[in-house]
Ligand binder design. Structure first.
Ligand code: NAD
Length: 483
């Protein structure tokens, strides 16, 4: 069934001024049109920002528990639609239904979590130095928040930006990625049904080059939260901060798992395989480098190749082990890197082929690729591919493993697989990444702890999720009381 969505501005669903629309198609089956959304420009963006400005006093002035009640009700509405949301997510983004169900549950939990936080975001009471009656801090909303999101977690990422922004009392304009805007629009529908005041949440669908650009430069936008690629994120961050806004940009990764000889090699291959090929490798935290001690290199390589070859590839609605790339462009990007890696001298052990014939002809399918003989300075070991492509790099000891893991422009998530506590501790100390894991895959995050990266993975100004999510969307006011 094709769903039609419009922009949501000032509490009304409205089309784009031009009347132009875009079909969102299923990457596993191009004949399946998931939704139709408007293609908007700066005019609609300006209207949405104006609506958000108008709603600021009402929303910020509402007591926190009342804002929280709307967020909780939003979570309840999403929960009641969980199966339908997961199916829509799989249809527009491609990930297998089980992964989509997990992502939808995460969005529901995020709304529950920030519903409670809206009641109490802290503040401190301090001992005054002189004879004053009081010295304290309190948190205030920033104002209008512009949220720009990618397609790869199309419900979780909008949720983890919208919920904390609203909890603190900001009004919001969100621009989702045009490859997968539908489940994000369903959050807006749920907020509307939950009774959010007109203008407190606004949705504008359109290209980043117009809607996104406008949001990062508009005088009435106070904060910009972006998640997406490093090249776009760096531009967004520079533009937003040059225009006087608080900004955060969470960007790409090239995440390593270091495998040491003390590890159970089959367990290590399962950890790396799940991290590399889950979500078709289209996760910012996907494992794209296995850095493996030479003593277990051959054994590990065999095991991870077996893992890749055991994955059933197909339509996520049929609970395949791995779904398609989200778009033809993304598929072409992976295939290009597979050629580059071979030209550089890496050995393609398995996969890396566009799948054709039968149901594959209707979608953007590729077999998961494993490369051996990868040198740390090859492009396949340095650049984000954003597909199911794993580089396996040999090292001769733990120190070299850590150095190779760190010798990169990105620093989002890193893990080590070892049975030695000294190696665990040293890896945690020395890893140059925002998230460090021991005996776990690099993907998968809890919602109540901070998330963000170092180097080109993040502007590293603020973190997202947990209490850190609230910090970004609020400022601290210090109150001297001499009453
Ligand atoms: P992208 O950078 O192409 O697009 C992200 C968003 O920015 C989209 O909504 C897009 O329309 C918008 N945009 C594009 N040009 C813009 C401009 N000039 N001004 C303002 N907005 C603009 O990224 P993508 O392909 O949607 O997502 C994949 C990327 O996201 C990968 O690099 C991945 O690693 C990264 N990602 C990072 C995290 C994280 O938390 N660090 C999470 C998920 C994805």
């Amino acid at each position: 069934m094709t769903q039609t969505y419009e922009n949501y501005i000032g509490g009304e669903w409205t089309g784009s001024e031009s009347g132009e629309t875009q079909d969102v198609t299923n990457p596993a089956d191009e004949s399946d049109i998931v939704s139709t959304v408007p293609v908007s420009s700066t005019a609609e963006t300006d209207e949405a920002v104006a609506a958000a400005v108008d709603a600021t006093d009402e929303w910020a002035g509402m007591p926190g528990p009342e804002r929280g009640a709307i967020l909780r009700e939003t979570g309840e509405i999403l929960k009641s639609q969980k199966d339908e949301l997961a199916e829509t997510l799989t249809r527009e983004e491609g990930k297998p239904l089980g992964e989509a169900e997990g992502e939808v549950q995460r969005a529901i939990d995020i709304f529950y979590y920030y519903a409670e936080k809206a009641r109490d975001f802290g503040g401190t009471v301090k001992q005054p130095s002189g004879g004053r009656a009081g010295l304290q801090t309190k948190k205030e909303p920033m104002g209008v928040a512009a949220l720009i999101t990618p397609w790869n977690y199309p419900i979780a990422i909008p949720a983890w930006k919208i919920a904390p922004a609203l909890a603190v009392g900001n009004t919001v304009v969100i621009k989702p990625a045009m490859q997968a805007p539908t489940v994000g629009a369903k959050i807006i529908e749920a907020l509307d049904e939950a009774g959010i005041p007109d203008g407190a949440i606004n949705l504008v669908c359109g290209p980043g080059s117009e809607v996104g650009e406008r949001l990062t430069t508009h005088d009435d936008v106070d904060v910009v939260s972006f998640t997406g690629s490093a090249s776009v994120g760096e531009h967004v961050y520079d533009q937003a901060t040059n225009n006087g806004k608080r900004a955060q940009a969470e960007m790409g990764g090239k995440n390593p798992t270091v495998v040491m000889p003390s590890a159970d090699v089959d367990k290590a291959a399962d950890i790396v395989g799940a991290g590399a090929f889950g979500g078709t490798g289209q996760a910012c935290t996907a494992t794209s480098r296995a850095i493996v001690h030479e003593d277990v290199y051959d054994e590990f390589l065999d095991a991870v190749v077996d893992y890749a070859e055991s994955l059933e590839i197909g339509n996520g609605l049929e609970r395949a082990g791995m779904g398609p790339h989200v778009s033809e462009d993304e598929l072409a990007g992976s295939l290009e890197y597979i050629d580059i890696a071979q030209d550089e001298g890496a050995t393609l052990e398995t996969g890396g082929e566009e799948l054709t014939g039968g149901e594959y002809d209707a979608g953007n399918f590729i077999s998961p690729a494993v490369f051996s003989d990868v040198e740390p300075d090859m492009r396949i070991a340095q650049e984000e591919v954003f597909g199911p492509v794993l580089a396996v790099i040999p090292v001769s000891d733990f120190d070299e493993g850590v150095e190779v893991a760190n010798d990169i422009d990105y620093g989002l998530s890193a893990s080590v697989v070892t049975e030695k506590i000294e190696e665990e501790n040293e890896f945690i100390e020395r890893s140059e990444s925002g998230v460090v894991k021991v005996n776990e895959k690099t993907t998968g995050l809890e919602l109540h702890v901070p998330f963000g990266g170092l180097k080109r993975s993040s502007t590293n100004t603020y973190r997202e999720q947990g209490d850190a999510g609230l910090e970004f969307f609020s400022y601290i006011k210090t109150v001297y009381r001499n009453s």
